[in-house]
Design a protein around this ligand. Structure first.
Ligand code: HXC
Length: 257
């Protein structure tokens, strides 16, 4: 597939999506969002890919939905389009997704980062949901995912005032997996993605699904779900290989990776 607004690259078993609308600080217009979704789905269905890395530029991961494209839309336009529901397809990917965020991750950019499974941020990163300043509210999951990640008090303040938080504050609040120096962000993210991609792919998918289940259900049901999936790992060749390798003091050679 040809892409105009992203760069798609593969390094080993890692698929790398780089948002590439630098003049608009990677503002998410329809084309960019579509291309991200198409690339994620292309990589998600490729068994040679074990992890997906999504990143932007030094200045911006993404400065939000494209306001210039959006500002003339009517209620019927956004309703009939089910505007931004396309984002659900990113969250639906089974392959683990790592976000590497430097600079602005605002509005839809913050929401895109929060759809990912591991969120690494440079010390230059800035997160926020400034939609209220435009007379709208978050529309790609921000009011829900931010609240689950950082709690009501901070999410409410960010959504009501539109203020941004820096990487330090975002990490303290529990939004991030880790902060790394800006100069090391890409290498660290690629290393993390490679580590995940070297695991058994079906087992990584099961781990992702089990962690995500914590957001969708009660503790009792979540633990029951985990136990069923844990038991099912014993039906895989990779469980046999992983445990045999430990016992034999060698590196596992997973079949499904
Ligand atoms: C369209 C954008 C944009 C955006 C930046 N640009 N953000 N274009 N949509 N979201 C464009 C600018 O218009 C400008 O282009 C170029 O990118 C560089 O931006 P500047 O503003 O000149 O840069 P700077 O002064 O450094 O300020 C950076 C910034 C600011 C603080 C990130 O650009 C900003 O506030 N952007 C909007 C952030 C925002 O409100 N995001 C939420 C969007 S709503 P030109 O050609 O004019 O020079 C959203 C909601 C989703 O995501 C769901 C709602 C239904």
């Amino acid at each position: 597939t040809d892409y105009d607004t992203i760069l798609l690259d593969r390094k080993g078993r890692v698929g790398i999506i780089t948002l590439n609308r630098p003049k608009a600080l990677n503002a998410l217009n329809t084309q960019l969002l579509r291309e991200i979704v198409t690339a994620v789905e292309e990589l998600d269905t490729d068994s040679n890919i074990g992890a997906i890395l999504i990143t932007g530029s030094d200045r911006a991961f993404a400065a939000g939905a494209d306001i210039k494209e959006m500002h003339t839309k009517s209620y019927m336009d956004v309703y009939l389009d089910d505007f931004f529901s396309i984002g659900d397809r990113i969250a639906a990917a089974r392959t683990p997704i790592i976000a590497a965020v430097a600079g602005y991750a605002l509005g839809g950019g913050c929401e895109l980062a929060m759809m990912c499974d591991i969120l690494l941020a440079a010390d230059t990163a800035k997160f926020g949901q400034p939609e209220i300043k435009l007379g709208v509210i978050p529309g790609i999951g921000g009011s829900q995912r931010l609240t689950r990640a950082v709690g009501k008090a901070k999410a409410m303040e960010l959504c009501l005032t539109g203020r941004t938080m820096d990487a330090e504050e975002a990490e303290r609040a529990g939004l991030l997996s880790r902060i790394v120096p800006a100069a090391d962000l890409f290498d660290e993210a690629l290393q993390t993605a490679t580590t995940v991609a070297e695991m058994s792919l079906p087992i990584a998918m099961m781990a992702k699904e089990a962690v995500n289940r914590a957001f969708e259900t009660t503790l009792t049901e979540g633990i029951r779900f985990e136990r069923r999936v844990f038991h099912s790992t014993f039906a895989t060749e990779d469980q046999k290989e992983g445990m045999a390798a430990f016992v034999e003091k060698r590196t596992p050679q997973f079949t499904h990776r």
